[in-house]
Design a protein around this ligand. Structure first.
Ligand code: MN
Length: 228
């Protein structure tokens, strides 16, 4: 028997493409806005340093899942995102060394209760209930970096019930993959298992119960989830 008063929760993990091993998820960091066109659609014209918010590690959901429609929202939004999977930790990582810390990349969806996020923004309150709820981080299998193509210049897209909602290129990111890693590592010491959702292009929108959300990034495959 262990010394715990009840069994510790299992380690959240994701599949790894081409492997039977799993990627243990430690923390989830997300860039707040990283595509100029999406920043504009959210009413922001400035080019400020990136800011981050977090989701709990056990918010990850694998591709092919049905996600229960989350409570407290009438505006559940999809945000298709390139996800960086950190394999080697570090603090104060130099941009020039940042890619050495990457295990791989994946297609993720930053599910957002937009109504709660906007209410929090208006009142200067934390975004957690808008962003960090149960099942809010669907993420496809992680593709090891060596097999990931050119994630910094790849098509990124999302459809809802077959209708294209988001369609852009990761080259449109305001802050590049090495910059995001370097800047995040100035705030916290990154650790193996950390995921960084790198922001979404324009075209975010509402999803309703029963809809199927499919997204992809060239070189990284696809993700799909159904909203229950
Ligand atoms: Mn996002």
């Amino acid at each position: 028997m262990s010394g715990f008063v009840f069994p510790p929760a299992p380690t959240p993990s994701l599949a790894i493409a081409g492997s039977t091993q799993r990627f243990p998820v430690r923390r989830i960091f997300c860039v707040g806005r990283n595509y100029a066109e999406h920043a504009r659609e959210m009413g922001d014209e400035s080019r400020e340093p990136p800011f981050f918010f977090t989701k709990p590690a056990d918010a990850v959901v694998e591709s092919g899942s049905t996600i229960p429609f989350p409570p407290l929202t009438a505006h559940l939004h999809h945000e298709i995102e390139l996800v960086i999977a950190i394999g080697k930790g570090g603090a104060g990582i130099a941009e020039s060394a940042a890619l050495d810390h990457v295990f791989g990349y994946a297609v993720g969806i930053d599910l957002t209760r937009r109504d709660l996020q906007n209410a929090a923004k208006d009142k200067g309150r934390p975004w957690d209930w808008g962003k960090a709820f149960d099942n809010s981080a669907p993420c496809a299998a992680i593709v090891p970096a060596a097999h990931a193509g050119s994630p910094q210049d790849a098509r990124i897209w999302l459809t809802v019930d077959g209708t294209v909602r988001q369609d852009s290129r990761t080259a449109e990111m305001i802050w590049s993959i090495p910059e995001v890693i370097a800047i995040a590592s100035q705030a916290v010491e990154l650790a193996p298992g950390d995921l960084i959702f790198t922001g979404t292009p324009a075209g975010v929108g509402k999803i309703t119960p029963g809809q199927v959300v499919t997204g992809g990034i060239e070189g990284l495959g696809e993700i799909w989830v159904k909203v229950g």
